[in-house]
Ligand binder design. Structure first.
Ligand code: ADP
Length: 380
């Protein structure tokens, strides 16, 4: 097997948040060394890694330092400047590549890529000028959502438009930056599928996850999704076909809408581990984090089978409002697992950790994880 990066080598990670941390945990378990580059010292991934480089993502000299020390480099989030990655690509394999990240970090590029390849997306139009805004609103109609092309996450950088008259003000609110206008889809539910692909083009697909959001932030995710098998197969096949069309080496999470009119539409691509795949850490034969390590090191991919259905519930900083959450009370439920990311400051809306529960059925797993999270608020 040519081109395999064996344990003992060093993996570099751009981004030291919880995703980087869980990649590092998986990599360390397999005997790799890990160096993280992040702007903040003692970041969640830095606490686990062998070493951390503290520098902004625009610091090409720091990125070259990372590249010199690593056999392969990956990114825990898609907004690492593509220029930084391009600068090191001649020095070290970057997986997924800067080309993939460039597409995923711009909604215009992403939706255009998907539409041009015949993948189903909500109706959309690019908005880069006043003329395009007027044309978009007349062609898409209302209700619609205006989203910034870059930099948006957890619902930041998007405005709902109920009436064409509001379009101008909405665009002003977003700073008149490049945007996409898309139809507002009546959602039956939201699902996501994670695909792993290695350099040899071998692919594996995880079971479909079913996601709920609160204030645009992922709140719970259940795996496998409670949807008909035929729809699950379609979602998995769609995700696999997109990963192949993109030529991803690593992971690709495809976020999808199941519309009330039963269309299956792609919302967003994330070429990295995804919050809706955290179930796999405790419940799958191979976690999404280990799978990423295998994919970028060109090792054979592992089974994506679940030992049991599983659900996660995110823990945001808001939970700390009344003091330290009651961890012991939640962990009295023996099938509940606690994951905390090592973040010092529990700010509202900040992802501090998650709980996972496994059970006989997805419904029971969800009920159990919600019960565990409720217990966190009980007096000690
Ligand atoms: P972000 O990148 O900020 O997470 P998304 O585009 O994924 O933004 O949107 C966040 C959430 O907003 C989605 O998960 C969905 O619940 C809702 N949403 C986004 N776009 C639409 C749409 N076109 N129609 C209906 N709901 C939408």
């Amino acid at each position: 097997m040519g081109g395999v990066i064996l344990p003992g080598n060093t993996i570099g990670i751009f981004g030291g948040g919880q995703l980087g941390r869980m990649i590092a945990i998986a990599a360390k378990r397999m005997g790799y060394r890990v160096v993280v580059l992040d702007p903040t010292p003692d970041c969640p991934a830095g606490q686990v890694a062998d070493d951390e480089i503290t520098a902004p993502y625009t610091d090409v000299a720091a990125a070259r330092d990372l590249a010199r020390r690593c056999a392969v480099v990956t990114a825990e989030f898609e907004n690492v400047p593509a220029e930084t990655l391009e600068a090191i690509e001649p020095m070290v394999p970057v997986r997924p590549s800067s080309r993939v990240l460039r597409i995923a970090q711009n909604r215009i590029a992403e939706k255009t890529f998907l539409a041009e390849h015949g993948f189903p997306v909500p109706n959309f139009r690019p908005v880069r000028s006043h003329e395009e805004l007027l044309r978009a609103i007349s062609e898409i109609g209302c209700p619609a959502v205006l989203k910034t092309a870059t930099g948006g996450y957890d619902g930041k950088g998007q405005v709902r438009i109920e009436h064409p008259d509001e379009a101008e003000r909405a665009w002003e609110r977003l700073g008149k930056v490049d945007c996409v206008l898309e139809e507002f889809v009546l959602l039956e539910r939201e699902v996501s599928v994670i695909v792993a692909r290695n350099l040899r083009g071998e692919e594996v697909v995880y079971p479909v996850a079913e996601n709920t959001h609160a204030n645009h932030i992922l709140d719970t995710s259940v795996m496998p999704a409670r949807i008909p098998p035929e729809l699950a197969r379609r979602a998995q096949e769609l995700a696999r076909a997109i990963a192949e069309a993109l030529g991803v080496v690593g992971l690709l999470c495809v976020e999808m809408f199941v519309a009330q009119d039963s269309r299956l539409l792609v919302n967003e691509l994330a070429p990295r581990p995804h919050n809706s795949g955290h179930q796999t850490f405790d419940a799958a034969v191979t976690s999404q984090f280990e799978q990423l390590v295998r994919a970028i090191c060109n090792l054979p991919l592992g089974s994506t089978e679940l030992y049991r259905p599983a659900a996660i519930a995110n823990l945001l900083g808001d939970l700390w409002e009344g003091g330290e959450p009651n961890w012991a009370k939640a962990l009295e439920l023996p099938e509940v697992k606690l994951h905390l990311y090592g973040k010092a400051e529990p700010r509202p809306g900040r992802k501090m950790g998650h709980l996972t529960a496994t059970a006989e059925t997805p419904d029971e797993a969800l009920q159990k994880v919600l019960e565990a999270r409720r217990r966190l608020k009980e007096q000690a």
